[in-house]
Design a protein around this ligand. Structure first.
Ligand code: HEC
Length: 179
């Protein structure tokens, strides 16, 4: 009897432990480029660089950067022809839109569609302009993220398209003035 109780206690403990592990597991997701989601842990508190709106996708995008990124932008990079320093991270969050319930001509972010980022790391990503790319797609139903893309090949398209702005160190977004 005592033994059965101990086993029961132990299994409850294991179940609780695995529930916590699932909760934290999204940070462990790893894109085929080798970059984990946890590379950008804490990004909720980073700085706004700019917003974009894609008319064809009806999606609002928020571009945020870590302190290295924002310091570089404020120094005039990349428009001054210099490159972003090692460790720069830029994150893009895509949101679907909804009407402001209290003011219908105003639209606001609704559900996160995906979080993606690029990190400057010339040792690891010299083949792709010294930037590493990763994308995590949000699944509304489960509340969890999934890795986008199956192989490194899928990620070549990130670099290919960002090459349009090679002259700006492969970064589309300019820093938006606040004053
Ligand atoms: C067909 C073109 C295209 C492809 C493919 C693409 N991007 Fe972008 N990306 C853009 C554009 C344009 C922007 C500017 C912001 C916007 O319009 O949303 C951007 C912005 C970004 C930004 C913010 C920094 C910047 O350059 O402005 C990140 C981070 C980013 N993309 C990551 C990725 C990742 C990761 C992939 C691949 C999984 C990817 N992109 C694939 C066109 C592309």
């Amino acid at each position: 009897m005592k033994m059965a109780l101990e086993i029961l206690k132990l299994s409850i403990f294991v179940i609780l432990l695995s529930a916590v592990a699932v909760f934290a597991s999204d940070w462990e997701l790893k894109a085929p480029t080798g970059l984990k989601f946890e590379t950008i842990k804490g990004y909720e508190n980073w700085y706004v660089v700019a917003t974009h709106y894609r008319r064809d996708k009806n999606e609002l995008r928020l571009i945020i950067g870590n302190d290295i990124a924002v310091k570089a932008y404020r120094e005039g990079i990349p428009l001054n022809g210099k490159k972003f320093p090692e460790g720069t991270i830029l994150v893009k969050i895509g949101y679907s839109l909804k009407k402001n319930p209290d003011f219908s001509v105003s639209f606001e972010p609704d559900v996160i569609q995906r979080v993606e980022f690029m990190i400057k790391d010339s040792k690891r990503f010299s083949d792709t302009g010294n930037w590493g790319f990763a994308r995590f797609v949000y699944d509304k139903r489960s509340g969890h993220y999934k890795v986008w893309g199956k192989s490194k090949r899928d990620y070549i398209q990130c670099y290919s398209c960002h090459k349009i702005v090679k002259r700006k160190d492969f970064v589309f977004t300019d820093y938006v003035k606040r004053r």
